[in-house]
Design a protein around this ligand. Sequence first.
Ligand code: RIB
Length: 312
Amino acid sequence: MSSSAVAPLIVVVGSANMDLVVHASRLPLRGETLLGERFETVNGGKGANQAVAAARVGGTVAMVGCVGGDAFGASLRDALHRERIDGAHVHTIASQPSGIASITVGRDGANSIVVAPGANACVSTAHVDAAADLIARADMLIGQLEVPLATIAHAINIAARNGTPVLLNPAPAQPLPDTLYRQIDYLLVNETEAALLTGLHVSGVPCARFAADALLGKGVRNVIVTLGAQGAIWAGAQGSGYMAAPVVRVVDTTAAGDTFAGGFAVVRASGASMQQSIAFAQRAAAASVTRAGAQPSIPFLAELEEDSISEV
Ligand code: RIB
């Protein structure tokens, strides 16, 4: 998106987590105790990460969510405020802890994540109703599944009734109601999520195409399957294609998908083609994996100018 264009309004309904991150030589095996290396706390959560990603590339962003009445909650709120994200619909639930994610990152950049939702489980249809006007006039609604599915389904319903395009990143994946698929403009999935939603084995480009066709069959308008270092495929009302990912030195893949989602939403809502939007989102995600942490790794628009990402 050019810095002179009118910023699209992106509304994110989703989670905010404090990430408790241990860097280790590798991920532990089942039942194994592994001595790790450094530990850090990092602002994260798929919803907040996607909101930050959209804001950093020029979107006007508002978030609907919940944090706990603890120090993590205050930090997560401050982080949104620093990014100029409208947090009027981010509620503090005094009786709950904030969501946390226990994350291990190996030296190859791969991670494993377990989330304890805490206050994220309290994001309700009433919270969404309070933001209904905002959703109705948004240029894109983004949702994920670290908050209750019923809440996300309700937000999607409001968006669909008002002609607001919907991007759903069904992560962590769970089966979706049939009616929901028909209200989704952009379903953004990785291979694991595509496999869970379709029951198919999804690994690599040909499988991803097959899974995308199955998801289109359920009524989604466009499907994007991200394949990590192998790139992404898309299919749907706007045509289909494959795009290779930029080759970069991977430090930490945490929030790569979130960076893709936020970047895609802003550029697509600004009127770019699917191909342009995916190319931009891939550049943003590639930049994010060269740095550690969730929100600290998410790039700003100026970093995404052509040739500014150092490829291996
Ligand atoms: O997608 C990455 C995010 O997943 C992390 O920031 C963590 O909080 C989990 O929600």
